[in-house]
Design a protein around this ligand. Structure first.
Ligand code: ASP
Length: 479
């Protein structure tokens, strides 16, 4: 019976059992057991996926390029990919900003608390060189609010003292590039082994494209063995994905049980408390993400494919969401688009019928530069935190958020919590206190799981669009 269940159903079961196990272990007080003896299997799962992802990207891009009839298609596909990725990111941030401005989750808290928060913000501005209050209001010097200053001082000191904030601020300082073209320089590796061992995806993509194009430029007879080797290696890694996926339901169970146990500890009421404080904010983020997954992407995909295939709107909607489902489930479980990449590649190739020459190129780039979920989340988070501190951001300031969130999502690594770290940059860019990430940190893992689903779905949607525009979408009448 269990054998007959499709894989994605088994993964869903694994997810559900993981949640149930975590709840029990938290209520009955054996969370430490779960963390010590189940979570390691979740970590093994992520390690296996990452192990496959890097060589798979390398060989699939090389095989993709050597299989191209016309090498000039590469430049065209690349340009389209980047343009569409940027457009979907802008759409995502806009959805987030519209929702957070209309639903105002940060304003639904006690007014006194917001005043204290506001004054703590002004105190932070006062002690930070080069900062000024971003709206022209001054609560700190207003005698009406004098009685709140002591509380605000305490809050500000508490915000600044968090270890989480300190270590993340240091990470961001290190990541900041000093010159405008540094990001291009960073894409060109000086030592490919170094790039491979550090998993620097853009450098690996650069090398693979360079290698693939050079093969094409050399006489075919001389390249037979190299091409055969890359083809074979590609097949091996694709098969490895299949093998790992067979055990995915169990791995997913262990991963989720372990991660939730880490969050809840032996006191499940902690989860309830976290949700009470950040519930409305989380709902706005999840609503925005759901709009992307269930409305925007399927809408765009069906608009693009239903013109050329006989599929109606709902049919193409089903084709897209059903095809990408296994990757979505894994994105949700692992919180990492990089770890999910091998499965995304499989789903897009086998279920969505995108030519491998397109998917092998578009998806790895997407895993690194296209993070619609992350950027939507950053837009919502910044405006929510501003509202929470009694700050109304102007349209111009929100446009600045749109720009920095787009750039930050390109710069975010495709790993858990990368979006939270990049949020520091977005907050700083509009003149807000980066230490505020500590406020939303408690709910971050869960939101991270959801935004990773969007990141992966966005990459898949763009692959379909690019493939269709290149006549490389191999859809039959009925899929
Ligand atoms: N975890 C996300 C991803 O891998 C990035 C983030 O939003 O933190 O796509």
């Amino acid at each position: 019976m269990a054998k007959k269940l499709p894989l994605h159903t088994k993964i869903v079961l694994g997810l559900l059992l993981g949640v149930i196990w975590a709840l029990f272990s938290s209520y009955l007080g054996f969370s430490t057991f779960t963390i010590n003896y189940l979570l390691p299997f979740g970590t093994i799962f992520i390690n296996l996926l990452k192990l496959i992802a890097i060589p798979l990207v390398l060989f699939s891009i090389i095989t993709g390029i050597t299989g191209l009839k016309d090498i000039s298609a590469l430049g065209r596909i690349g340009a389209k990919t980047i343009a569409i990725y940027l457009s979907t990111t802008i759409i995502a941030i806009t959805v987030g900003l519209v929702l957070v401005n209309t639903l105002s989750p940060g304003k639904h808290i006690d007014n006194e608390q917001r005043i204290i928060n506001r004054i703590s913000y002004e105190l932070w501005v006062k002690q930070t060189p080069g900062m000024s209050v971003i709206d022209q209001q001054h609560f700190l010097t207003d005698p009406k609010f004098e009685s709140y200053v002591a509380d605000a001082q305490r809050k500000m000191e508490f915000d600044q003292s968090s270890d989480l904030v300190r270590s993340n601020l240091q990470t961001v300082e290190k990541q900041k590039t000093s010159r405008p073209l540094d990001w291009i320089v960073d894409m060109v590796p000086s030592n490919i082994f170094n790039s491979l061992s550090s998993g620097l995806m853009l450098q690996i993509i650069f090398f693979a494209v360079f290698f693939g194009v050079t093969i094409v430029l050399l006489p075919k007879e001389k390249m037979t063995y190299v091409i055969g080797f890359c083809d074979g290696a590609n097949d091996i890694f694709i098969k490895m994905v299949d093998l790992v996926m067979k055990a995915a339901p169990l791995f997913v169970f262990a991963l989720l049980a372990g991660k939730l146990a880490e969050m809840a500890g032996n006191d499940p009421s902690r989860l309830v408390e976290i949700f009470k404080a950040l519930g409305f904010y989380s709902i706005v983020v999840v609503l925005g993400l759901a709009i992307m997954v269930f409305v925007i992407y399927p809408g765009i995909v069906s608009a693009v494919i239903s013109r050329k295939t006989k599929m109606g709107y709902f049919e193409s909607l089903r084709y897209f969401l059903k095809g990408i489902r296994p990757a979505q489930l894994l994105a949700f479980s692992t919180s990492s688009s990089a770890a999910t990449l091998p499965i995304t590649m499989e789903c897009v190739r086998d279920n969505l019928k995108v030519d491998e020459e397109v998917s092998s190129f578009v998806l790895p780039i997407g895993a690194t530069v296209n993070m619609d979920g992350t950027s939507l989340y950053q837009g919502v988070a910044v405006v929510f935190l501003a509202q929470f501190h009694f700050i109304d951001l102007t349209i111009a300031q929100q446009m600045a958020i749109l720009l920095t969130a787009t750039l930050a999502s390109i710069g975010s690594a495709a790993v858990p919590s990368a979006g939270l770290i990049m949020l520091i940059i977005v907050l700083e860019s509009v003149g807000l206190n980066p230490a505020w990430i500590a406020i939303i940190f408690p709910i971050d893992r869960i939101l991270d799981m959801c935004r990773t689903v969007v990141n992966v779905t966005g990459d898949a949607a763009v692959s379909v669009i690019v493939a269709q525009s290149e006549n490389r979408l191999h859809l039959k009448e009925e899929s």
